[in-house]
Design a protein around this ligand. Sequence first.
Ligand code: ZN
Length: 305
Amino acid sequence: MPPDNDTDKRDFRAILFLIVFAAGAYFYHVNFQGGPCARPIKYHLGTFDKSFGVSKESFLKAVSSAEDLWEKKEGKDLFEYTDKDGFSVNLIYDDRQAITERDTLLKANIADNSNLADSVRSELLALERQYDLASARYEKMLADFNNEQNAYLQRVKALNKKGGASGNEYQELTAERNRLSSGIAVIEEQRNEVNAIAQERNDLAKKYNLVAADINEKVDIVNQTAGERFDVGEYISDKEGERINIFQFENRDKMIRVLAHEFGHVLGIEHVSDPSSIMYELNVGTKVSLGTGDISALKELCEKK
Ligand SMILES: [Zn+2]
């Protein structure tokens, strides 16, 4: 039997870590005169790495969507896109995104191969049944033949003991011997059929094992980095100024979420405990909308004078 492949049980989830560097008291943002949320905070596009395969236009649209998430809830402009003023938003490509892209391809391949392995496995099980039936039939044919042959030999032996066969008996024995001889060919045919099924089954088992080995190899590669915590984005405010750096996203929704998260830090919002919220420390949510934690944090912030 082929080995079970246990890829289904494995867990690929990487833990994505959103971080804020609290260098400088970002809570007391220079734009906060008149209270937080009083005036839009200016920003501009800084480093833009094309390696992400995202156009500048598309990225700026995502930035704008991230901005909107906060602004629509508050009903006013909280951010203002400019050519070069305010904090910078940077898209920086490194291992984090490279690994994400590699894993996306590997996971798609693992999924395809798992489907293939499943169908090969079903085929194998069907062949297994076919083999059992053909094999049982062969064993039965062989046993019947041996019984008949023994009966024939007993009869010959008995007639020899008696001193020979009569003309009739001789004819009967000849007919029986011919029948037995032609039976051998039929049994041989059945034996060949059993062997052909066995060969097919072995080839298929080999194929199954190759596919399973390939899956396991790819799962191992994905698992090497799965579970590592890394920063997918950061907001930094230090003597070099204020900036948002974006490092990783698996898809457009995640890109908007990480941008919105760092925009939240720019506003002065800290992490919230609700995992579905944008301001949760990990980018594990999937919705491109503010969570309850985000909404109450924003409300509390904007009510400050
Ligand atoms: Zn954060």
